[in-house]
Design a protein around this ligand. Structure first.
Ligand code: GDP
Ligand code: MG
Length: 390
């Protein structure tokens, strides 16, 4: 009887290796957790050690077909093993690269994921985080199966996307204030939301919706929302002071939803921003403050915008203009870092149709060059994965 000992990172890997080196006849005798590498058993990586032997028991006679498959499988495994051995030998001889890797020392699968993430405009920070996670979680054998790596990475990215539940609460009226830089689509989004909730469609009973605008610094801006209001038969009121807002809130006690459009000045116009904050502060008991950002914004600008609007106390983000870009890695990266959930997305200029409640599946669809099991995804990231924020 021949005995052997195998050390590996995971139980799976140990068994794979055993079968590869000693064949289907090999059997496990003992199994224990160990630390691999390090000093005196400290600082090493977690691993397992198995001991085993090669059984002499007669195998039940396999059919010709089964034997053929086995031979082919073994040949394939041997090819892989030979390939790895060859690469390792080259590495030892000092001419360069890691097994199946490249000049950065990354496994080809990791390089492909990094490339995909770069193409989708993810931050280098997030790319690095995902690379490390792949290195830690996958064995060399698993890394060879790129589809599997891709699928898992898709889940990791999806987990970074936080979505917030949009519920018209028991406590009426729900107040939505949309803030954000000029031109991102705040006013258009307010009009879409007004229609989404306030206009009857598919037999869904319309809610009682009111629009309030404090966008009266720019000539014509008020007109824009008034026209929408007129078409949808939804009242639009203008407010200049906090007192105006409080009066309107008292007046609209029976409404289900109050939508507040805000002034469109540059995020660098600090005076105007401070003024607006002053007007809004305390005007409503429990407003939902949504920051609107355009999907086309560069990462650096996004960070500045988040900074400028931080003091408004926004707890949700509306992502606009998804139709204008396919790269949304920047948005995913920055929001993950800020830990802010998305409430709505808009993807076109058409009022009212180009808006929907945010969803992980919809946002993941925007990514390019990554394949994953769609059906499983849709099941997993349905509405139930949405979070509530206060
Ligand atoms: N492509 C695209 N354009 C949009 C979207 N939302 C708004 N816009 C356009 O962006 C421009 C500015 O919109 P507006 O609502 O006035 O922005 P505001 O300054 O933030 O109020 C208008 O031309 C809108 O039609 C969108 O989802 N996709
Ligand atoms: Mg506007």
């Amino acid at each position: 009887m021949q005995y052997f000992t195998i050390q590996a990172r995971t139980h799976r890997e140990a068994i794979d290796r055993m079968k590869l080196q000693y064949g289907e006849q090999s059997k496990i005798l003992t199994y224990r957790n160990i630390r691999i590498g390090g000093l005196f058993g400290f600082f090493g990586k977690e691993g397992v050690e198995i001991t085993g032997y090669i059984s002499n028991e007669e195998q039940p006679k396999a059919t010709l077909e089964e034997r053929k498959i086995k031979v082919l499988e073994t040949a394939k495994k041997e090819q892989t093993l030979n390939y790895i051995l060859r690469e390792l030998k080259e590495l030892k001889q000092g001419n360069g690269t890691a097994p199946n890797g490249n000049e950065t020392g990354n496994h080809e699968s990791i390089s492909k994921i990094r490339e995909m993430m770069k193409n989708n405009d993810f931050s280098s920070e997030l790319i690095q985080e995902i690379s490390e996670r792949i290195k830690n979680d996958f064995s060399l054998f698993e890394l060879e199966q790129f589809e599997r790596v891709e699928n898992t990475v898709a889940h990791w990215i999806a987990e970074k996307i936080k979505i917030v539940k949009n519920t018209v609460s028991e406590k009426k009226p729900r107040v939505i204030i949309v803030v954000g830089p000029t031109g991102v689509g705040k006013t258009t989004t307010i009009a879409k939301l007004a229609a989404f909730y306030g206009v009857e469609n598919n037999g869904k009973k319309p809610l009682s919706v009111k629009i309030v605008t404090i966008d009266n610094y720019r000539i014509g801006a008020k007109k824009q929302i008034e026209i929408y209001g007129e078409i949808m038969q939804i009242p639009v009121a203008a407010a200049e002071t906090q007192g105006d807002l409080k009066k309107l809130f008292a007046l609209y006690q029976d409404a289900d939803l109050i939508l507040v459009d805000t002034i469109g000045k540059s995020q660098r116009d600090y005076t105007k921003l401070a003024e607006m904050k002053e007007i809004l502060q305390g005007a409503f008991p429990e407003p939902e403050i949504h920051l609107a950002i355009s999907a086309t914004t560069k990462t650096k600008d996004l960070e500045e915008i988040f900074q400028q609007f931080e003091s408004f106390g926004y707890t949700r983000v509306i992502v606009t203009k998804l139709d204008e870009t396919s790269q949304i890695g920047n948005i995913i990266s920055v929001l993950a870092k800020k830990n802010k959930p998305i409430s709505y997305i808009t993807d076109g200029q058409k009022v009212p149709q180009d808006i929907e409640e945010a969803g992980v599946v919809r946002l993941m669809r925007q990514l390019e060059g990554i394949r994953y099991n769609r059906a499983l995804f849709e099941q997993r990231y349905s509405d139930s994965s949405k979070v509530s924020v206060g």
